[in-house]
Design a protein around this ligand. Structure first.
Ligand SMILES: Nc1ncnc2c1ncn2[C@@H]1O[C@H](COP(=O)(O)OP(=O)(O)OP(=O)(O)O)[C@@H](O)[C@H]1O
Ligand SMILES: [Mg+2]
Length: 534
């Protein structure tokens, strides 16, 4: 007889949550994560200050960055953070939107569960809703040509607004669009952009925040010797991976020197060897040399005398970029350098104020650098994130050729249209579909809240405008008016909306069906003797 005796199936260190408890746990986790980022949504959203375990500080408005930095343990919370990561990988923007959306969907699911609707019906309704939402988003999409600089600028501007970089925003808009337009190309009838073609370089320490587009690459170093030219035109660039010095021999050898003559001879020999190193470079026809390691003083002197501009200690990543941009070979030993290994550029020039070398007019025209300058590291990092977001949205828009308007216009349209659709479906799924539609309210509502307006009033006004056929009506976050977002020029790539709808829904539909969580704890089960100290 087994009655009354517990049967142990799971290991002692497995924590189990099931039924309503498991559902509640995932819903709470999703809502908590969404709650952590929702105040950053929109141009008037706030920033977060994150302090890492080592004391490093990040100030940001970027959803993906915030979620990457905060460590969570709950498996449901981890899945929500995964949504932000996917959004960031696929689109580069819209991470806050997608996470806030998962939170809202889980909140709707909670109400449905309380009404006794079965999780499979909820997830079925959500998936149906998603198909409809994608169809509606596609129907709202507008076309953009890869050469339409004006529209692309509005897309970048929307993505980088509100990231505490107001002073340089307008300038950045143009720079980012020009950079991506320069590297976009047509392949198999489709536009493609290789993200790596546009490099971003940060320069710290300038009092003014600024940005610059360089049609080429940048090395943040100065030339090694004052006697070298500051600018070289029709540059022939040698890339050397090893030190331009006399390296110590591997074998220890004793040299016996017994007279002053021998010392002189020995020195002379060394000097000759160093001059020889410089000569290898000069003879190859190079007038610029980038060396990954150090350059000995005598080599510097000989190079300077020959009018060669040399830079030492160039980081490996810059060497690789230079090799690609200039079509140059990276050479291990100077003695093996030939004219064929040299790269070509129109000019190589050291800046007059800051320690950077600009290499312009590279052989490969697709090497583009955006140089951002900032007065503090925090600002510089946020500038870099803004440039990366901006770069990605222009890429998305150019590759897909589509965009939609922002300011909550698309979400309001989705909300109303999906509700209409729900009415035509009927049954219990109808309830799930209606709840799905309601989740989209969260975007205009949060935009209004974060800008200091009454969310209920603004939602009513928005819904009225859309009911009257104003598909582009959205919230002007600066005046509180409901305006035509197309006239306002608030644009986002369609890819961003599609991705957030898709990943938020899929995750919510998945989480809602979980009614059993078995978590294996890493900690040792009780009763294990402590490990002896080493
Ligand atoms: N000028 C504007 N007026 C109204 N709404 C705007 C304006 N600019 C952007 N928005 C809206 O703000 C929202 C985007 O905000 P935000 O950039 O903070 O979040 P995200 O793009 O979802 O996430 P992240 O940028 O952190 O990856 C979008 O709904 C967008 O339409
Ligand atoms: Mg954004």
């Amino acid at each position: 007889m087994l009655a009354g005796q517990p049967i142990i199936i799971l290991k002692e260190n497995v924590e189990r949550n099931y039924g309503r408890e498991a559902q509640r746990s995932n819903i709470t986790a999703a809502k908590a994560i969404a709650g952590a980022v929702r105040t950053t949504l929109g141009p008037r959203g706030m920033d977060k200050m994150l302090v890492g375990s080592t004391g490093d500080i990040i100030i940001t408005n970027d959803g993906a960055t915030i979620l990457k930095e905060i460590g969570v343990q709950h498996p449901g919370a981890k899945m929500v953070i995964e949504v932000a990561k996917t959004q960031d990988d696929q689109v580069g923007d819209g991470t806050t939107t997608s996470v806030v959306l998962v939170g809202a969907l889980m909140e709707q699911a909670e109400t449905l569960l309380e009404q006794g609707i079965h999780p499979t019906v909820i997830s079925q309704g959500f998936r149906l809703g998603m198909e409809k939402a994608l169809e509606i988003a596609d129907s709202l999409a507008l076309k953009v040509e890869p050469s339409d600089r004006k529209t692309l600028i509005r897309i970048v501007d929307t993505a980088i607004t509100g990231k505490s970089i107001e002073a340089v925003k307008e300038k950045l808009d143009g720079i980012i669009v020009d950079a991506v337009m320069a590297v976009a190309e047509k392949a198999d009838g489709k536009m493609v952009v290789d993200e790596d073609d546009v490099m971003v370089k940060k320069q710290r320490g300038q009092s003014m925040d600024d940005a610059e587009l360089i049609r080429g690459i940048v090395i943040d170093k100065a030339r090694v010797h004052e006697g070298m030219p500051r600018k070289v035109t029709k540059a022939k660039v040698a890339l050397i991976a090893t030190p331009l010095e006399i390296t110590k021999t591997q074998v220890k050898a004793k040299i016996k020197i017994s007279s002053a003559d021998q010392v002189a001879a020995f020195n002379a020999q060394e000097q000759d060897a160093l001059k020889q190193l410089a000569d290898y470079i000069i003879e190859s026809g190079a007038n610029v040399v980038l060396c990954q390691k150090g350059i000995a003083d005598p080599v510097q002197f000989h190079l300077a005398k020959a009018g060669v501009l040399a830079v030492e200690d160039v980081p490996e990543s810059d060497m690789q970029n230079a090799s690609k941009a200039l079509s140059a070979n990276i050479i291990q030993k100077a003695e093996n350098l030939t004219s064929k290994d040299l790269g070509a550029a129109e000019t190589v020039e050291q800046d007059h104020e800051i320690d950077i070398i600009r290499i312009n007019g590279c052989k490969n025209p697709k090497a583009i650098t955006i140089l951002v300058r900032g007065s503090s590291d925090y600002l510089l990092d946020e500038l870099e994130r803004a440039v990366n977001d901006g770069k990605r949205v222009v890429m998305d828009a150019i590759e897909d050729g589509t965009y939609v308007v922002g300011g909550g216009a698309v979400e309001t349209e989705l909300l109303m249209k999906i509700k209409d659709y729900a009415a035509s479906v009927g049954g219990r799924v109808q309830l799930a579909l209606e709840a799905y539609a309601n989740a989209f309210e969260v975007i205009p509502r949060t935009l209004a809240e974060n800008s200091g307006y009454n969310p209920i009033d603004k939602l009513v006004d928005l819904k009225n405008a859309h009911a009257n056929g104003k598909k582009n009506a959205g919230l002007n976050v600066y005046t509180g008016d409901i305006v035509d977002m197309h006239k306002e020029g608030v644009f986002e790539p369609l890819r961003s909306k599609r991705q957030s709808i898709q990943s938020a829904t899929e995750t919510a539909a998945l989480l809602v069906r979980v009614d059993d969580m078995m978590i294996t704890q890493n900690k040792k089960p009780a009763g294990t003797p402590p490990t002896p100290m080493a």
